[in-house]
Design a protein around this ligand. Structure first.
Ligand code: M6R
Length: 606
């Protein structure tokens, strides 16, 4: 996720900004840059890759000045290159900007500014903001920023410098975090607390649309043109816990980031309540021409793909093939130049997934990728790309990537179904309304997670756990079992609930925990029979369900309720308690939650 550090004061800005960016490295980034006003001139230094690449350049040419802005970029528009790195400067060379967030209407603003003679060199939405502010500037930088954000649709935190007002730093935010750090020798603005802690613990959390005018020895906060006061608060966190924003582990932080990740994922794919994938998808004619559609991925991404298969089958009313990449790469005899391959990968660097993609390209097939990492190999080598927009996922156990992979696949299915006429306008609108309700529903589940403690304690004591489900619930159970096994090291076995009686029921004994997912309305009664089967053999039964029937309370030792949603979309909510349970068990067992044994975040080898 991008990081911003800006400073205006009485002492050297470069040193303060670089040390702040170093403290934000944990967030993940792919390029970095800094702009300082030196002798009333704007000096900008940028580098692709690690911060060291930037600091190496600065060793040769240190920047002297006491006002500046810095940035670490996690690519969202355009690949990670020096040109796309921030700060971005207006084409007249007068305004420099660093930005976190997404400017949704950047294309419309860009077209308008191009007509007025502004030139663009990068693929980013941020460069549009630099030019927009330059176009509005009439002697008052704060006013120019205020006028500009009135034109912008989307999310942002911004730090702005201008040679026309060389002693001033302007910062603002909407939906994307930005904090002020108040020091004796100046004022910082940063996207996250760790960037400030070496210099101050006195911070101000800005509200949406606050604009701050920072001078050498003072700062003033405005909101919609009116001066406002915001309280200075003292940060009590240690530097270590500040990196995780107060959470004990990245995994639980990322679980709690899911409402935001879902909103960000929707932002790029929906316009005015309607599906709008733009060039992320194929035309009606292209979709009709595919003789077969395949989906391939590994691990959690494969579990999302299997749900995606169901959604696409519903949309296209024909069979789709989903296969694990490590298997499919050696067994894809029918994939040819008329096929579409969809690959799903958080990192975009998974070796097996890339092998499938490359073989498909060799055979002349079209490839659509769903990935979280802009500029990854999967991104660069595919014909079409949908980004998950989940932000960097640091914990090895995938959580927010899974839910945004699911959502991306649902949106792709909706797009295909609408283009082919399976779904009408009303169907699409209703589905989007359901997607927009998901962040609130996830928050509802997360409010209650302490109630999972006794269940986690129970799971932590047992060497094996079963996960059951029918239909799509079986796919949710697979993801729940994978989460538990990878971070708790407990043997977790998922299976279609109806298959139990064909052998595995022999393993059910007194006290063994059995988690059953029940969200698919037509299959509820069948799943209830399966709970009875295992209960009769002494299992400790846990139901995860959106059904309100009291039958579950009578039958199950523990019932975890999730909010109701259409059956097809249920996995995006059913996974939440399963992620949290796995997390809690791992903590109880004293494991290294974020870096479990034998696992790597990105599996690039075969
Ligand atoms: O980066 P990818 O999505 O391609 O990674 C695929 C799997 O390696 C990954 O989902 C893995 O299963 C996770 N550790 C699961 O939490």
């Amino acid at each position: 996720m991008c990081g911003i550090v800006a400073f205006n004061g009485l002492n050297d800005a470069e040193e303060r900004i670089i040390q702040g960016l170093e403290k934000l490295e944990y967030r993940g980034y792919d390029s970095a840059g800094i702009a300082i006003i030196e002798d009333d001139k704007l000096q900008v230094v940028k580098a692709a890759g690690r911060l060291e690449a930037l600091t190496d350049k600065l060793k040769d040419r240190p920047l002297k000045g006491t006002v500046g802005i810095g940035h670490t970029r996690w690519a969202t528009h355009g690949v990670p290159t020096e040109t796309n790195a921030h700060p971005h400067v207006s084409s007249d060379g007068r305004v420099a900007v660093v930005h976190n967030g997404i400017i949704e209407n950047f294309q419309a603003i860009k077209d308008d500014l191009s007509e007025k003679g502004y030139t663009f060199y990068s693929d980013t939405d941020t460069e549009v903001v630099a030019n927009l502010i330059a176009s509005k500037f009439q002697g008052d930088l704060r006013k120019a920023v205020e006028d500009s954000i009135n034109d912008v649709v989307g999310t942002f935190s911004l730090a702005v410098l201008s040679v026309d007002d060389p002693d001033k730093l302007i910062v603002t935010r909407r939906e994307s975090p930005l904090i002020l750090g108040i020091c004796d020798d100046g004022v910082f603005a940063a996207s996250d607390v760790p960037a400030l802690l070496a210099y101050t613990r006195d911070v101000i959390y800005l509200n949406n649309d606050d604009i701050v005018e920072i001078d050498k020895d003072s700062y003033h906060i405005y909101n919609h043109g009116n001066p406002v006061q915001r309280d200075v608060q003292t940060v009590e966190w240690s530097l270590e816990s500040a990196g995780k924003e107060g959470y004990d582990h990245y995994m639980i932080k990322e679980i709690f980031e899911q409402p935001k990740a879902i909103k960000d994922c929707l932002r790029r794919k929906v316009t005015d309540g309607f599906i709008d994938l733009k060039d992320q998808s194929f035309t009606k004619e292209e979709i009709e021409a595919f003789d077969h559609i395949y989906i391939s991925a590994c691990g959690t991404a494969f579990h999302a793909s299997q749900v995606g298969k169901r959604a696409l089958e519903d949309a296209l009313q024909r069979e789709i093939t989903a296969d694990i990449a490590s298997e499919f790469r050696y067994n894809m005899p029918f994939l040819n130049e008329n096929s579409l391959l969809i690959v799903v990968s958080q990192s975009g660097e998974t070796g097996d997934t890339l092998a499938v993609l490359r073989e498909a390209k060799l055979r002349g097939a079209k490839v659509l990728a769903i990935t979280n990492v802009v500029g990854s190999s999967v991104d660069r080598e595919s014909d079409k790309v949908m980004y998950c927009d989940a932000g960097p996922e640091i914990s090895v156990a995938s959580t927010k990537a899974y839910s945004t992979q699911l959502l991306s696949l649902y949106l792709l299915a909706l797009d295909f179904g609408y283009k082919l006429g399976t779904y009408g306008r009303e169907d699409v609108k209703m589905a989007i309304e359901e997607f927009e309700s998901i962040p609130g529903k996830i928050e509802e589940i997360l409010e209650d997670i302490d109630t999972l403690d006794p269940i986690a304690e129970r799971l932590a004591k047992h060497p094996a756990v079963f996960y059951l489900g029918r239909g799509i619930d079986y796919l949710s159970a697979k993801e729940g079992a994978l989460k538990l096994k990878e971070i708790s090291y407990i043997h977790a076995q998922s299976m279609p609930a109806g298959e139990l009686k064909h052998g595995s029921i022999a393993l059910i004994e007194e006290g063994i925990p059995v988690v059953t997912i029940i969200t698919q309305s037509p299959l509820v009664e069948k799943s209830i029979s399966n709970i009875k089967e295992v209960k009769a053999r002494g299992a400790y039964t846990i139901a995860i369900t959106d059904e309100i029937s009291t039958q579950f309370s009578d039958l199950s030792d523990a019932v975890i309720r999730v909010p109701a949603i259409s059956d097809l979309y249920a996995p995006i909510l059913a996974v939440l308690p399963q992620q949290v349970l796995a997390y809690k068990v791992s903590v109880l067992l004293g494991n290294d939650v974020d870096k479990p044994r034998n696992l790597a975040k990105s599996v690039t080898v075969e």
